[in-house]
Write a new protein. Sequence first.
Length: 301
Amino acid sequence: MIYTDHAPFTASVPAPAPTPTGRRRPVAGVARVLSPRGALALHPVDGALLFAGRAALAMALPALPVVLTGHARLAVYAMLGAFTTTFGRNLPYRRRAWVLALVAVAMTAAVGCGTALAAWAHPQAGGGAAVVVATTAVVAGLAKFGCDAARLSGLGAVLLLFSFAVAANGSATPADILPHTALAAAGAVTAWALSLSGWPRHPDRPQRLVVAAALRELAELMDTVEAGDAAGRTRHRATAAVLRSYRTLELHPPTADGRSGRGGVCVRLTDLSWSLLVTSAHRPPEDRPPWHRICADRSGC
């Protein structure tokens, strides 16, 4: 502001005109978010083959006897209960036991309530179909709320809703409620037992697998940063993997004064990963500790 003898004079600076680069940046960001590139890419997953085989057994074991006895139509209810196997993959065995027990009860209840609704409402009729649709919408909300409250990630709410919807849209009579519920319970119990089958032999296997995945992601981040490449997505994956390790170990990242004296090998490796992740964001490449390459070796955990 410039003062004269009469009145202040304000010197205004015109705003710079938007550049083509500034206009293109939001468009490029939207295109990057909506791009399907990488959506179908396969990524390494520790223990994937074992998990897939266990899921196949959980489906087959309760359903095969039903099929062999000539009641193939009823096998689907046992398989709905076996969806229990898809929950709690990264949970330690002790917590997995009670979480899957609750899921097994929820799956069984979804099939039993769905069958009872089908026997009462007769969804093949017009009015009954409307009742089933409205009830399914309510179940969808309850399933989503319950899975979010229990912090069950993945397709938890979808599978509960699917189990209810399949049972509710079938042709059932009151006499079918108990058999359908019993078959779902048998499938759920089988899935629960198979999901805990490795506990006696490898009690810390879930922790070891998730920490190994975090170490691999961190090693990839370090190699990317050292090569001078952009590390945004790689850093995001490494951060998510390390935080997933803490969640599996039922711990929080350490504070500055609480880093020492924390328990077993998996905990120490996860704390080390967190320390490397934090320091790598603030140090130039030439100052980063050379011993980060131990993250590429999973033999320690």
